[in-house]
Design a protein around this ligand. Sequence first.
Ligand SMILES: [Zn+2]
Length: 54
Amino acid sequence: VIDPKLLEILVCPRCRSSLTGTDELVCSDDSCGLVYPVRDGVPVLLIDGAGQPS
Ligand SMILES: [Zn+2]
């Protein structure tokens, strides 16, 4: 679970769009759509560690 205030300032490192989600962060840009994992409440915003949308 992520602090909503933290979520507000986070952006996708690839396309700079905002992120949504709780257990994982999903890029809000349809053409990007990377999914970033959250480990112990800390978002892992690494493009290399991101998943593609399923
Ligand atoms: Zn993105």
